[in-house]
Design a protein around this ligand. Sequence first.
Ligand SMILES: NC(=O)C1=CN([C@@H]2O[C@H](COP(=O)(O)OP(=O)(O)OC[C@H]3O[C@@H](n4cnc5c(N)ncnc54)[C@H](OP(=O)(O)O)[C@@H]3O)[C@@H](O)[C@H]2O)C=CC1
Ligand SMILES: Nc1nc(=O)c2c([nH]1)NC[C@@H]1CN(c3ccc(C(=O)N[C@@H](CCC(=O)O)C(=O)O)cc3)C=[N+]21
Length: 297
Amino acid sequence: MTARRLTGAPVAQRLRAEAEDNVTTLRERGVVPGLAVVVATDNEATLWYVRSIARAADKAGVHCRVVDLGAGAGADQIASTLTLLSADEDIHGIILQTPLPPGVAVDELVAHISAAKDVDGANPLSLGRLTVGQRAFAPATARAVVEILEHYEVPLAGRHVSVVGRSAVVGKPLLQLLLQRDATVTVCHSRSRPLERYTSEAEVVVAAVGRPGLLTGDHVQEGAVVIDVGTNVLDNGDLVGDVEPASTAEVASALTPVPGGVGTVTTALLVLHTTQAALQAGEELASAQPSGSGASA
Ligand SMILES: NC(=O)C1=CN([C@@H]2O[C@H](COP(=O)(O)OP(=O)(O)OC[C@H]3O[C@@H](n4cnc5c(N)ncnc54)[C@H](OP(=O)(O)O)[C@@H]3O)[C@@H](O)[C@H]2O)C=CC1
Ligand SMILES: Nc1nc(=O)c2c([nH]1)NC[C@@H]1CN(c3ccc(C(=O)N[C@@H](CCC(=O)O)C(=O)O)cc3)C=[N+]21
């Protein structure tokens, strides 16, 4: 079998169109959606990612404010920045980029991002709300996986999905999104041995680990759909996923490429989430300040 390439481009294009519709609606209300990206690192890959978010936002008509606190920023400074942005009316979405300076823990800081502006689902409250089925933004990457599966009409209800990786950014929220769609889900991690025991029984396999070549054709069953979330930069500068494409494509029925797969959709979703947060902020304001006569009934 030669696997079909499930590229992210058509999925991202549809999400961008949705974001542009939202921007048009917002503009009619005199609102320019604003996304703040807080950075405290000089990590090259992160800075590249921040530039690509800023480009995508600009193209969609979303104002992107990069708040670069430098690699020497302390936890207090980052926390107060997030608190200020959470109260800033021009900002509708906030992302805190990792890695953070040594000794600064991300878990406590993300709690300073207001849930309404948490467009990358980083605040533990967002994951909690997602888990019990309340409205919350899922981390863009986790949602990107589901958007790709839905775009290519890969059924999820009643199917077995094996997710490799249990981080709060990908594995855990993805588990919730898949359960919402009635999949049966196995979540694997570094202690799941042998890994193929848990991946070879699944109709859909998602790799989100950060290790080139972790998953091969030997790990998946004939006809499986494989989603590669990994973005690993090799010494020669090449970007590769967690899945060995050649051997996997011989067994799988479909596979997302890296680059050109999940990553492209992730950025589009961050922008879309920001426009959705801006729309929601407007709706909440309207219901909090009733202006018409019927509103007080
Ligand atoms: N395309 C995109 O938009 C994005 C891509 N990524 C990429 O996805 C990858 C994962 O990112 P992230 O979730 O943040 O990474 P983390 O390092 O936070 O988590 C990695 C997970 O993989 C598990 N793991 C490690 N080794 C193995 C192994 N040998 N077998 C099975 N599981 C293993 C870990 O297990 P344990 O919990 O036991 O340690 C952990 O749960 C990275 O390549 C990252 O760059 C991430 C976010 C967005
Ligand atoms: N809390 C958190 N959220 C993240 O979303 C997150 C993170 N942490 N840590 C780091 C990873 C990495 N990541 C990428 C997103 C998009 C591309 C992307 O757009 N890639 C394109 C282009 C790549 C290229 O051409 O170099 C592609 O795959 O086609 C890549 C990588 C988000 N991450």
